[in-house]
Design a protein. Structure first.
Length: 158
């Protein structure tokens, strides 16, 4: 399976009476989201399932991709890596799954899949981490393995 982790783009700080889920993207964030979405549009198969957190900044991040998506409460801010992996069906889901979500969960998921341990890895704002693995005997790297196919930072994209 292919699991693509996309962190939301740069967002404003929460105001005194503003809920975390209502934070909006900054001007920089809109540019980051556009750049990452452009790269994803060229590489993400049309059959990919797209799951997004309900937070406003995530909805604004995925918007430039221009594809259908499903809001998934199980990947809201503060969710556990295990909850995210269960929501996407890792490692047996059919077809690629793109998750648009938050730190620290995305970094924890990446560390767990790529190193076998929960570690505090940072997935930068609007970065895309493409992880592959099927956990089965057909996996070229052995059972229960995963590997990083790509890591994309928006500031490196045109």
């Amino acid at each position: 399976m292919d699991l693509i982790l996309w962190r939301h783009a740069d967002a404003e700080d929460a105001g005194p009476d503003q809920a975390d889920g209502e934070r909006r993207l900054t001007e920089l964030g809109h540019d980051q989201a556009r750049r990452s979405a452009h790269w994803l549009a060229r590489h993400l198969p049309a059959s990919a399932t797209i799951l997004v957190s309900p937070a406003r900044r995530v909805l604004q991040t995925v918007e430039p991709l221009g594809r259908d998506f499903r809001v998934e409460q199980a990947i809201a801010p503060g969710c556990s890596p295990q909850a995210l992996l269960k929501a996407v069906g890792w490692p047996v889901a059919k077809g690629p799954v793109l998750v648009v979500g938050h730190q620290p969960t995305l970094g924890l998921v990446a560390s767990l899949l790529l190193s076998g341990r929960l570690q505090h890895w940072t997935v930068g704002k609007s970065n895309v981490w493409w992880i592959s693995g099927d956990g089965g005997a057909e996996d070229p790297y052995g059972p229960d393995s995963a590997w990083l196919r790509a890591m994309i930072a928006p500031e490196l994209l045109d």
